[in-house]
Ligand binder design. Structure first.
Ligand code: ADP
Ligand code: MG
Length: 576
């Protein structure tokens, strides 16, 4: 009897298919990622079943995925020898997307303003198998469930219906055959029959899939000999493995050599120098993930360019999802390179969803703490490495003092700066505090463009004369954070270029004679001061006598709440 029947997709499935086909995704290449990920899941399931049902005597000796191209038929087949599906499975799993809330979601997608908004909504849902219809006008699926004898064939053009029937003589596993639409660059349809294109997509999205992804040499249907066919020794059905399968992050730390870490770092960073530090961690529990992060030894040239990218890639169960994952790393750690592999996310997760995901926020918090702890550790155990890291990335790390408040203390511990204490060596804030004079509560600093300019500033005179140490801050960002961070370890930051400064010869410790001298001086200079005040009215707020200077005749001082000159310049440069 004919076992074939024609069934209708559920109304909602049909609507979703229409959306998929008429492209909410601008990137059609991901169809292959989806099919390979399904095949990989099927191989995982078969292996698991072979362990839990040893009585079935399942063959797991050569689990793999094959990609087969037929130029004449214009088909691409993704084949696995995994768990397979029964006929009922196919109807349940492939014929429906009957997840609750589908209808509501569809309504929202239809209301979405643009393709991006629609895509981010669909990301909450995941199109998976159906993404095949972005590139194919017909999809045929052959499958046989491990442990059963009966095979099943399913076919659809993605419009309203599909057919399903029995099929004889199928191997265990699943083969999904795409009858490809014609190449059309306007529609984002590449030549998915081309070996180079397939290799490129697999390399980008599926390189770390743990099972081999092999490409069959192209059938020599025509006399045409292309490079692909020739390279297979003696033609035949030579198989080429396309993926490296080396997901270092998924292996225990004790089993990965330093050289392997470096090689991997080089691959993802294109940096030929070994990293300054490597962080490898695994989180188990409700939200599982692995992270492998690297601190580069030197800054890339575009660290401060407007579109500098964050260096962390997101994977979901070894499938590449995105570069530059801003949800996982704050901007001030954009120099950190590496991979985070989260196990429980949809492959179609979007940037917007990640930003709002509470678990991702928790992962990010943990990663930031890890990175800062690693730098602190370096500071304690390998001063040279830390000093050089700070030289390269200190300016970026200090942005963190402005960007967020969660890690202010940890960041302040890392800050290192020039100071009047040493002409060469920098100091940490802790070291500065340990050298503070008796009774000194304030961390004094002066900002400026270069060390020389700051050192020769008239503001310095009284401080150096009296033996106070002053931090010399020369990064533009220093102007901002010193303004916003109230204190380090209870010690206020005080710019010596701002406001009235009470050094130890303060008014209440002055004797009668000094006070009288001072009053006399005020009187003597009253005329000069009044004249200066009027002549300079356009330039300064106030002219006053000061004990601040020892050798210079005059200096300009900002109001306690004024912008410092460098900051003024910075804001002006930013057009504010
Ligand atoms: P997801 O992978 O997120 O579950 P898909 O639409 O990609 O969604 O696939 C739907 C289901 O179809 C899978 O969960 C799986 O049960 C089944 N499936 C798809 N491809 C295969 C395959 N190659 N082998 C076995 N089962 C498959
Ligand atoms: Mg899937």
């Amino acid at each position: 009897a004919d076992t074939t029947e024609t069934l209708e997709f559920q109304a909602e499935t049909r609507q979703l298919l229409q959306l998929v086909i008429h492209s909410i995704y601008s990137n059609k290449d991901i169809f292959l990622r989806e099919l390979i990920s399904n095949a990989s899941d099927a191989l995982d399931k078969l292996r698991l079943e072979s362990l839990t049902h040893s009585d079935l005597a399942l063959d797991t000796s050569d689990l793999h995925i094959t990609l087969e191209v037929d130029q004449d038929a214009r088909t691409l087949t993704v084949r696995d020898n995994g768990i397979g599906m029964t006929r009922d499975d196919v109807v349940d799993l492939i014929g429906t997307i009957a997840k609750s809330g589908t209808a509501g979601l569809l309504a929202k997608i239809k209301e979405a303003k643009d393709a991006d908004a629609a895509q981010s909504l669909i990301g909450q849902f995941g199109v998976g198998f159906y993404s095949a219809f972005m590139v194919a006008d017909k999809v045929t699926l052959h499958t046989r469930r491990a442990g059963t004898d009966q095979g099943t064939v399913w076919e659809s053009d993605g419009e309203g219906t599909y057919t399903i029937g029995d099929a004889a003589d199928l191997p265990i596993g699943t083969a999904v055959t795409l009858h490809l639409k014609a190449e059309d660059s306007e529609d984002g349809l590449a030549d998915y029959l081309a070996g180079w294109k397939i290799r490129q997509i697999v390399k980008q999205y599926s390189d770390f899939i743990r099972w081999p992804i092999r490409m069959a040499a192209q059938a020599p249907a025509t006399a045409e000999t292309d490079a692909d066919a020739e390279s297979g020794a003696g033609g035949g059905d030579a198989l080429e493995t396309l993926n490296s399968m080396k997901a270092l992050w998924a292996r225990p730390r004790s089993e990965v050599s330093e050289a392997e870490y470096h090689e991997f770092y080089q691959q993802i960073s294109h940096d030929w120098q070994p990293p300054a530090d490597t962080i490898h961690m695994r989180a188990e529990g409700t939200f599982e993930y692995e992270a492998l992060l690297f601190l580069p030894a030197h800054a890339p040239f575009d660290l401060f360019s407007r579109d500098a990218k964050r260096g962390v890639q997101l994977y979901v169960k070894r499938v590449f999802i995105m570069d530059d994952c801003d949800a996982l790393m704050p901007n001030y750690l954009r120099f950190v390179k590496g991979v985070v592999d989260a196990h429980d996310l949809s492959l179609n997760v979007s940037r917007e969803i990640l930003q709002q995901d509470r678990q991702i926020t928790a992962v990010r918090r943990r990663l930031v703490k890890k990175v800062l702890a690693a730098i602190k550790d370096m500071q304690a155990t390998n001063t040279d490495a830390y000093t050089s890291l700070w030289e390269q990335f200190g300016r970026v790390l200090k942005e963190g003092l402005i960007e967020e408040r969660d890690n202010t203390d940890a960041l302040l511990q890392l800050v290192s700066a020039h100071s009047t204490n040493d002409p060469e060596k920098t100091t940490t804030l802790r070291e500065y505090v340990s050298r503070m004079k008796d009774g000194q509560n304030t961390i004094y600093y002066l900002t400026g463009e270069t060390r020389a300019l700051v050192e020769n500033s008239p503001h310095m005179e009284a401080f150096t004369a009296k033996g106070y140490e002053v931090l010399i801050l020369t990064d533009p960002v220093d102007e901002v954070w010193t303004d916003q961070i109230p204190a380090f370890d209870g010690h206020r930051f005080q710019s010596i270029a701002k406001g009235q400064l009470d050094l130890d010869d303060d008014t209440d410790t002055e004797d009668e004679q000094t006070k009288a001298d001072k009053a006399q001086r005020e009187q003597d200079f009253a005329g000069l001061l009044a004249w200066l005040q009027t002549s300079l009215a356009d330039y300064v707020k106030q002219v006053r006598l000061s004990t601040r200077l020892t050798t210079s005749a005059a200096c300009l001082v900002g109001d306690a709440h004024d912008l410092t000159p460098t900051l003024e310049k910075m804001y002006r440069a930013m057009g504010q």
